[in-house]
Design a protein around this ligand. Structure first.
Ligand SMILES: Nc1ncnc2c1ncn2[C@@H]1O[C@H](COP(=O)(O)OP(=O)(O)OP(=O)(O)O)[C@@H](O)[C@H]1O
Ligand SMILES: [Mg+2]
Length: 495
């Protein structure tokens, strides 16, 4: 009770924030019962305290000092509090929105992902079945999956009738509308890690379908085979995408007339009147712009693709370049599919550092903690630069015809390693007789960009351009060349 009474006494120390007054009470207790806690606890010191207090002039002790009496001090304190709060809020905002985006990532994980799941369940997108599709030609086989073309079986089942009428077995031979064409990836059963990679690929596709859908093939969902017959094995997982185009960039690059074979798809007829070497340079520039723009978008979400190469870039019939094959991707915001010290990448497109993060980086902590630490991790290591090296190799291959074959690319990699990843040294050293015409046109801006992509990451990870920096490189800035005119004509013709 006495303690309560002492707390309620008007002479108790008080700090009135709202009225901006600070009052100091008499330090000398008026009765022994009112002794503050610390004086009773340290009884041995009480005599010393008493002596000290006795020496302080009484009028000073009994006076109350109000901050109101010092307007300058008061307004300074208010300003300090206000600015302190603003600076703290600003820094927190900068941190949470810095790449790879803790805040946006949290909104995605806790709000958008459940919302997408709910909507997909309502629309039936998460309830795909084996019988919804007819499997066609095999398009490719990786370590963990086999890729097929296919079609969606219409509700009235007329694909089967058509098949019987024509006596054909392959779905792709059928006269189906392109919107019904799909790509199916069968995740290999019984292969170590295959199922895990299938799950990662599915996760990355859903994540990107929310965060940057324009960068990748449209993901339709997945199903698990419910029985074993022809291509299906009971329990095996299948991933399904919209069919985005007949050919990958690698397919186009195999043709002798690359890049002209992409001219009408990329530009329609707008390049008429431009001379042929300039046309080729413009087509390659347009492809690179798209690849790097997509990389900037996926890097902004914290994802590093780790397998950027012409075979994983599909060209749509509207001239868009879509990234596919996210089985090796890693999300460094939450450490998804990140295993320190592990690399399973295509050596022909892999940068000299081999890993997105230094080998000694530990296993990621639980997701929310990893997400909170991710801006620091990203700033220190710039893992996105991994994909930028691969993009640089794609640029070299597109612009220099003698680097397009797998054998020539292997030789290039050996030579450039000998030159310590310095393209200018390699240019003097190489025996591959490269034709630099396209890269040297336009004051050599293309060559300069290539030297800043195909290089070591360097100290402080500033040696190689990020996607955002590459897009600001003079190669992409529309100067005296015809690109500006062509692109504006193109955007008009596409409206
Ligand atoms: N959505 C799509 N639209 C059109 N074609 C596609 C699509 N997805 C994949 N493809 C084609 O299938 C091929 C293989 O696909 P993907 O790269 O995903 O599989 P993979 O496991 O890496 O097999 P591979 O070893 O052949 O690369 C691609 O190179 C491309 O030609
Ligand atoms: Mg692939």
């Amino acid at each position: 009770m006495t303690l309560m009474a002492s707390l309620l006494r008007p002479t108790t120390p008080t700090l009135h924030h709202n009225r901006m007054t600070i009052s100091f009470p008499p330090l000398k207790p008026t009765s022994p019962n009112n002794l503050p806690f610390f004086t009773t606890r340290f009884k041995s010191n009480s005599a010393k305290c008493k002596a000290f207090l006795d020496n302080i002039p009484k009028d000073l002790l009994e006076n109350t000092i109000y901050l109101n009496q010092f307007p300058v001090l008061r307004s300074g304190l208010v300003q300090f509090q206000r600015w302190g709060f603003l600076v703290f809020a600003g820094l927190t905002w900068v941190y949470l929105t810095a790449r790879p985006g803790v805040l946006i990532g949290a909104i995605d994980a806790y709000l958008l992902a459940p919302l997408q799941l709910g909507l997909d369940n309502l629309t039936g997108r998460r309830n795909l079945k084996r019988t919804d599709f007819r499997i066609g030609d095999k398009l490719g086989e990786g370590s963990f999956g086999v890729v097929y073309s296919g079609v969606v079986v219409p509700k009235n089942g007329n694909i089967e009738e058509e098949e019987q009428k024509r006596g054909r077995s392959k779905a792709t031979n059928l006269n189906v509308k392109s919107k019904d064409k799909v790509i199916l990836k069968k995740v290999k059963v019984g292969i170590q890690k295959a199922e895990e990679f299938g799950d990662f690929e599915e996760w990355f596709n859903y994540r990107l379908s929310r965060a940057a859908p324009e960068t990748c093939a449209e993901f339709l969902g997945s199903f698990v085979a419910d029985k074993t017959n022809s291509q299906f094995i009971k329990g095996g997982k299948w991933l399904v995408w919209k069919f985005e185009g007949d050919r990958s960039l690698a397919d186009y690059m195999k043709d002798r007339n690359f890049p002209s074979n992409l001219e009408s798809i990329m530009f329609g007829s707008v390049l008429q009147g431009v001379d042929s070497s300039k046309r080729n340079a413009l087509i390659i520039k347009q492809i690179m712009r798209q690849i790097i723009t997509s990389l900037r978008k996926i890097h902004d979400t914290g994802i590093v693709h780790r397998d950027v190469k012409p075979a994983n870039l599909v060209v749509t019939k509207r001239g868009q370049i879509k990234l596919i094959d996210f089985g090796a991707a890693t999300d460094l915001r939450i450490g998804k599919n990140y295993v320190p010290n592990s690399t399973l990448l295509d050596p022909d497109y892999c940068p000299p550092e081999l890993y997105v993060l230094p080998e000694e980086t530990p296993n990621p902590p639980p997701e929310p903690i990893a997400a909170l630490l991710s801006p620091i991790l990203w700033q220190l290591n710039s893992p996105d630069l991994f994909d930028m090296y691969s993009a640089g190799i794609v640029l070299l291959q597109m612009a220099i015809p003698t680097l397009r074959s797998p054998a020539a690319l292997k030789n290039f990699n050996l030579e450039v390693k000998t030159c310590r990843y310095d393209l200018n040294k390699w240019r003097e050293y190489t025996r591959l007789r490269p034709d630099f015409q396209i890269l040297d046109s336009d004051s050599g801006r293309g060559w300069d960009l290539a030297t800043k992509l195909v290089c070591e990451r360097g100290s402080l990870r500033r040696g190689r351009l990020s996607a955002a920096d590459a897009l600001r490189h003079p190669y992409f800035l529309l100067g005296g060349d015809q690109a500006a005119a062509v692109l504006s004509k193109l955007s008009l013709s596409r409206k």
